[in-house]
Design a protein around this ligand. Structure first.
Ligand SMILES: *[C@@H]1O[C@H](CO)[C@@H](O)[C@H](O)[C@H]1NC(C)=O
Ligand SMILES: *[C@@H]1O[C@H](CO)[C@@H](O)[C@H](O)[C@H]1NC(C)=O
Ligand SMILES: *[C@@H]1O[C@H](CO)[C@@H](O)[C@H](O)[C@H]1NC(C)=O
Ligand SMILES: *[C@@H]1O[C@H](CO)[C@@H](O)[C@H](O)[C@H]1NC(C)=O
Length: 383
């Protein structure tokens, strides 16, 4: 007899008995275990099938896993037919894991059965006072070129605490220590990551722990999504053109970076000679807009950029690009009006001068004529 025949033979012998014993209840899984993979947040959960099911080949078995931090009510639920599961966790607190068995089909005669929960709590190492751990970690990915993370020392860190940063993501074989620490005088206050250390759309796990001769320091864990921490370079190439109709046409180029132009959105600010900035949000990744302005005075414009909602859940605005101003006022603008006014003034003054000269001339001629007549009269009288 070959192997297939043996299996078929056993099946004939065993199945009728297995099938005839209908299950009316089922036990929870056994041997539920949680292991830290050393990846600063990934935990591996495994369990064994309840004993009663090991001989029931016709059963359809599923496990429902439920897990969250101990103080949370917002637990994640997963249904699987495997006997293990791996996910990312927040290791700053204890983790509660529950599991139950579901069976249906032939071995239960069509009804669906579920077991009670089996439960365990995983407690990461919690040495050191809670206030000894670092605070306010802030990470910014500059233009997808590099990332800087900075933190504040714990409020009650032991004297001479020296912090260290470790990180892991799925492209790394093992947890790695920061290569380029940022220092303030002698103490470490942050970490500089080069672009080949960065990964988007995947968990980026960080642990900052520390040591001190005065006592243990509580580690702090963070899980980041780097695409949500991008700060784009400021858009700098801005061109302004204006037309007769109180509008300014603004055009700019996307900042030079690895970020795709369709992932950006912009905000434009403009102001007249002595007014406050007015803001115009450009929701789409277009790189031009038309501004309606009320006066013909000189206008200045600046633009900033950020990653839009199609490419990230959160974003940071870039710095403002350099301010561009309309250097030559548009046709019919202030200067032209000023020129016309000046010309009119000159013509007016010339006219006044001409009239004055004419009046004086006339008066002079009249006086001379009068004198001449008087002289003539005198001559006639004397002759
Ligand atoms: C299975 O259920 C059917 C009806 O749903 C019933 O007629 C049958 O007797 C049940 N079989 C067993 C072994 O309980
Ligand atoms: C820690 O340092 C401060 C001043 O720097 C000092 O006053 C304090 O006594 C030190 N604490 C310990 C436990 O050494
Ligand atoms: C800090 O964490 C890293 C990575 O988990 C570990 O290798 C190191 O021993 C820890 N250091 C201290 C002082 O606990
Ligand atoms: C702005 O104008 C300059 C010179 O005319 C041109 O080289 C540049 O490409 C323009 N920039 C944009 C954003 O249109």
């Amino acid at each position: 007899m070959d192997l297939d025949n043996i299996v078929a033979f056993l099946a004939i012998i065993l199945w009728p008995t297995a099938g005839s014993e209908m299950l009316t209840s089922v036990d929870p899984p056994t041997d539920l275990q949680v292991t830290d993979l050393g990846h600063l947040g990934s935990l591996h959960i495994r369990w064994k099938a309840p004993l009663i099911l090991t001989s029931k080949r016709l059963c359809v078995v599923r496990y429902m896993l439920s897990y969250c931090n101990v103080d949370s009510t917002n637990c994640k639920r997963v249904i699987t037919k495997q006997l293990e599961y791996t996910d990312g966790f927040n290791l700053n607190k204890g983790i509660k894991v529950k599991i139950q068995t579901f069976v249906k089909d032939q071995c239960t005669n069509g009804t669906k059965l579920h077991s009670d929960w089996a439960e365990t709590v995983y407690r990461p190492s919690m040495e050191g006072h809670v206030d000894s751990k670092v605070r306010d970690l802030q990470c910014i990915v500059y233009n997808l070129e590099y990332m800087d993370c900075r933190w504040q020392n714990g409020l009650s860190a032991p004297n001479a605490t020296s912090y260290r940063l470790y990180y892991w993501h799925e492209e790394l074989d093992e947890t790695t220590e920061c290569n380029h620490y940022i220092r303030n005088q002698e103490s470490i206050v942050g970490c500089h990551f080069l672009s080949d250390n960065l990964i988007e759309f995947s968990d980026f796990n960080i642990c900052i722990n520390g040591s001190s001769t005065m006592g243990p320091v509580r580690p702090a864990y963070y899980t980041l999504q780097l695409q949500d921490l991008v700060k784009v370079a400021a858009p700098d190439q801005i061109n302004l053109t204006s037309s007769r109709t109180d509008t300014i046409y603004v055009q700019w180029k996307p900042p030079a970076s690895k970020i795709k132009p369709h992932c950006l959105k912009y905000e434009v600010q403009f102001r007249g000679k002595s007014s406050d900035w007015q803001t115009k949000v450009i929701p789409e990744p277009v790189t031009s807009t038309t501004l309606k302005v009320t006066t013909k005075a000189m206008h200045c414009v600046r633009v900033r950029a950020t990653v839009n909602m199609f490419c990230a859940d959160k974003s940071i605005w870039s710095d403002w690009g350099s301010i561009q101003c309309l250097t030559e006022p548009s046709d019919g603008g202030e200067d032209v009006i000023k020129h016309n006014f000046l010309a009119e003034l000159i013509v007016l003054m010339a006219l006044v001068l001409f009239t004055l000269v004419l009046c004086i001339g006339t008066l002079y001629s009249w006086i001379r004529w009068k004198r001449l007549v008087a002289k003539k009269k005198l001559n006639i009288l004397l002759s």
